[in-house]
Design a protein. Structure first.
Length: 283
């Protein structure tokens, strides 16, 4: 959260400087890039707010399975903003292809270079945060959808700047304007793919979609070992790294509930486990 807040601060200062300078000097290139920075500042602010809410309410009993899904919701919302930004970029690029505009190459290159520098610094900060998260949680770094969303925003912006610099240099020395719009279309397609992947992975957790086949197979094997007939079983993720399970079944005469629960937790790594197992002698 602290590193993401620093990135928000850097992006916000850059945005204000570019918009102010663009208005004073009449530079559309700087003004446009400043507004573009604004969309990323908004998305990154969502990330910080999500971290703050999740941390503040970590032990709030009103959250049934902790506040873990707040971060997932932040990632989902940021993915929408990222996708909309990519669609707008594609629209503007196609419009420029159909109706080419005069480009002041030197000024545009300056703007792209400033944007690239800011986003490289931001990406390094967030990449460091992801590395720290790996060691603290012991889980794959992509499991923090909120941090992944922030990282994708700055990486997407950096990629856009690199493509823009390449296109502007080509245009400047070959006296062409279409490469600038063409690489923007390519960049928007890549960003849309990233946004879609984040949207699907975070949305799946929000709607409790979870591929249960592997877990069910392992649970069935344990149930057979403990002579338990499963009547009903529900498995879902309560956050990026936490899972919950509710199992209803019928057990044999010498059923050991604690051993059964410990074995399931150990094999399937559940954080929340609810068992409703009746003994056959009571039927």
């Amino acid at each position: 959260m602290k590193k993401t807040s620093i990135v928000v601060g850097i992006t916000l200062v850059t945005m204000i400087a570019e918009i102010a300078y663009g208005l004073i000097m009449g530079s559309m290139a700087l003004l446009a890039d400043g507004i573009h920075m604004g969309t990323h500042t908004f998305a990154l602010t969502i990330t910080v707010i999500a971290y703050y809410i999740a941390t503040r309410h970590a032990r709030n009993p009103n959250f049934a399975f902790s506040s873990g899904k707040v971060g997932v919701l932040g990632g989902f919302t940021s993915a929408i903003v990222l996708g909309l930004s990519a669609l707008y970029m594609a629209y503007e690029a196609v419009r420029r292809l159909l109706d080419p505009q005069i480009i002041i190459f030197d000024q545009a290159l300056l703007v792209a270079a400033i944007g690239l520098f800011v986003n490289i610094v931001s990406a390094l900060l967030l990449s460091s945060g992801r590395h720290d998260h790996d060691h603290e949680s012991g889980h794959d770094r992509h499991h923090d959808h909120n941090l992944r969303a922030a990282y994708l925003h700055v990486v997407a912006d950096a990629m856009t700047s690199v493509l823009a610099i390449a296109a502007l240099l080509t245009g400047k020395y070959l006296n062409l304007t279409w490469p600038d719009a063409a690489v923007a279309v390519l960049g928007s397609a890549v960003i849309l793919k990233w946004a879609y992947g984040l949207l699907v992975s975070s949305g799946s957790i929000l709607v409790d979609y979870y591929p249960v086949a592997e877990d069910c197979e392992a649970i069935q094997s344990i149930a057979d070992e403990f002579d338990v007939v499963i009547r009903d079983l529900h498995v879902w993720k309560t956050s990026e790294n936490n899972k919950a399970m509710i199992l209803s079944g019928i057990s044999g005469m010498n059923f050991d509930r604690d051993s059964f629960a410990d074995r399931i937790r150990k094999v399937c790594n559940y954080n929340h486990l609810t068992l409703d197992v009746d003994s056959r002698k009571g039927i």
